[in-house]
Design a protein around this ligand. Sequence first.
Ligand SMILES: C[S@@+](CC[C@H](N)C(=O)[O-])C[C@H]1O[C@@H](n2cnc3c(N)ncnc32)[C@H](O)[C@@H]1O
Length: 261
Amino acid sequence: MKKVKFILRYFRYKLTAKGKHSAQAPFLYGFITKVINTKTEDENCNKIEALRKDLCNSEQTIQITDFGAGSSINNSQKRKIKDVARNSAKNAKFGQLLYRICKFYKPQNIIELGTSLGISSCYLAKANPNSKVFTFEGCTETAAIASGNFKKLDIENISIAIGDFNNTLTAKLEGIGKVDLAFIDGNHQETPTVSYFEEILKFANNDTIFIFDDIHWSCGMETAWNYIKSHQKTTLTIDLFFVGIVFMKSELSKEHFTIRF
Ligand SMILES: C[S@@+](CC[C@H](N)C(=O)[O-])C[C@H]1O[C@@H](n2cnc3c(N)ncnc32)[C@H](O)[C@@H]1O
């Protein structure tokens, strides 16, 4: 039933999503034409995709401590790295979207909730080596593989906080002081998603960008997404179905767009 609802939501998106011509405001038009509707295939992206290929072929087994939606904490199980890589990581299209957003807006301090094997972290970090990526992961063995991956790609601007987001996020945010981009890709449930948003919001500024993964994954995630869209601090919100992008810029009018991607 859950799967059927998800497919119906996807059809609704396909029927309602608009292209660049729906954008009257220059900011949105620029975002669609220069960031959403372009392609990136540079050396950095090729290296990250080569890493993904290796991970997708890895028979190595790790002990997963699952903190995510639908699993009880400490529900430990053995899984092959190739299965984690195939099922958890954002694909190349979305990884490269993150990369373009970071290249275009140059956020300095980047937060990522949900490192997994580090594929999306690599995209966030490689876009701008002068930025700092603070990524968060609950599973110790997964985080260790991610750290190794950052070394393999000579990435030095990522640090991982290991532990439940509930225990690591606030302290880290207080240390960082300000957040310029936040990618929320872990624990896809309504209440945690809203609470991570509220917590990070305390450290946000006019230029902060939020990116939420899996906004249509469940009724709860849709409720969280609707809450974020209608929040008094958010202005421009963009639904790309698999991710939702949120701008806070007070100079923009409060508007929501469903855009083809
Ligand atoms: C979808 S994966 C992240 C994928 C990654 N962003 C990528 O695209 O390469 C989500 C990760 O979040 C972690 N996670 C989920 N809930 C968590 C929590 N409450 N605390 C810490 N980690 C959590 C899971 O262990 C999992 O590795």
